[in-house]
Write a protein that binds this ligand. Structure first.
Ligand SMILES: *[C@@H]1O[C@H](CO)[C@@H](O)[C@H](O)[C@H]1NC(C)=O
Length: 290
């Protein structure tokens, strides 16, 4: 048995226990919930899931066993290079778990992406009063917002009663955070899971997103959630679901610290030596699929 198969069993067992679903209180999460959504986030790194439409979501190399075990199909796939970065991902349906999932991919060249990240804020009062957002992340979301919103509109009619989920890792997490906020403003109820999300805007935006509810997952001393810095006017929503176990380690419940408070430094933001290595390990090698 290899690691991916083991994961599948562990996660399936955990799901079975968690299944009699009560609504998850905000600021609480479990390895099973984080794992299932991480697999959806990982799947958008696989080229086969973003270069055509209508196929089942699959991940060569076993990066998304929970997704592969369900009956899925992509409803739209996108991969658009813009001046703001490479905006890629998919909208998919999961008929087994009755989900519509939007997954945004991060950068394939994460060190370059970090090195080139600017710290510019721009008006985002379309999202909320007094809000400012990272100009590049917002512009990137806006290149796909109309297409995704109309895709979601028709998907939610076709698959009525399905739950909408928005997720992504790294740059994809930033797009998920801003896109999820915009879709909620448009009237959609959704679950938002971000992995290794950079800060996406100012305090007003972080406060607004905290009110809507974001499952913002960080890992040990990952440098990306530390960027852009607070000293440039950026803030993070609360809570933070801080995974404290190291790279290549299986995550258990006791490894997930729930850190409450906007801009708290009790989790990732307080680690003395931020590092890029921890950015790749979110439950699994989340950006490993090609
Ligand atoms: C999409 O990418 C996969 C994996 O690289 C490849 O096998 C497949 O031929 C591609 N499909 C299209 C339509 O380009």
């Amino acid at each position: 048995m290899h690691l991916g198969q083991l994961w599948h069993l562990v996660a399936a067992a955990a799901f079975a226990v968690a299944a009699p679903a009560r609504p998850m209180p905000r600021g609480e999460s479990s390895p099973a919930l984080l794992t299932g959504h991480a697999h959806w986030a990982a799947a958008s790194y696989c080229t086969n899931n973003i270069n055509s439409t209508g196929n089942a979501v699959t991940c060569a190399g076993d990066y998304c066993p929970e997704v592969q075990s369900a009956k899925t199909a992509t409803l739209s796939e996108f991969d658009d290079s813009t001046q703001f970065g490479d905006v890629a991902g998919f909208v998919a349906v999961d008929e087994t778990n009755e989900l519509i999932v939007i997954s945004f991919r991060g950068s394939r060249t994460v060190s370059n992406w970090i090195a080139n990240l600017d710290f510019d804020l721009t008006d985002a009062s379309d999202l909320c009063d007094g809000c400012e957002a990272h100009s590049g992340f917002l512009a990137a979301w806006e290149t796909v917002s109309a297409a995704i919103t109309s895709q979601v509109h028709s998907a939610m009619q076709t698959y009525s009663g399905y739950k909408l989920v928005v997720t992504g890792h790294s740059l994809g997490a930033a797009l998920a955070a801003l896109g999820g906020t915009a879709l909620r403003n448009a009237g959609y109820e959704l679950d938002l899971y971000t992995y290794g999300q950079p800060r996406v805007g100012n305090l007003a935006l972080a406060t607004y997103m905290t009110g809507q509810g974001v499952n913002r997952v960080t890992h040990t001393n990952d440098i990306v959630p530390r960027l852009p810095p607070m000293s440039f006017g950026f803030s993070h929503s609360s809570p933070e679901l801080w995974i404290t176990s190291g790279n290549d380690v299986t995550v258990t419940t006791s490894d997930i610290d729930v850190i409450e408070g906007i801009d708290s430094t009790a989790g990732n933001a307080g680690e003395p030596f931020p590092d890029v290595a921890a950015h790749a390990w979110y439950i699994e090698d989340i950006d490993g699929c090609q």
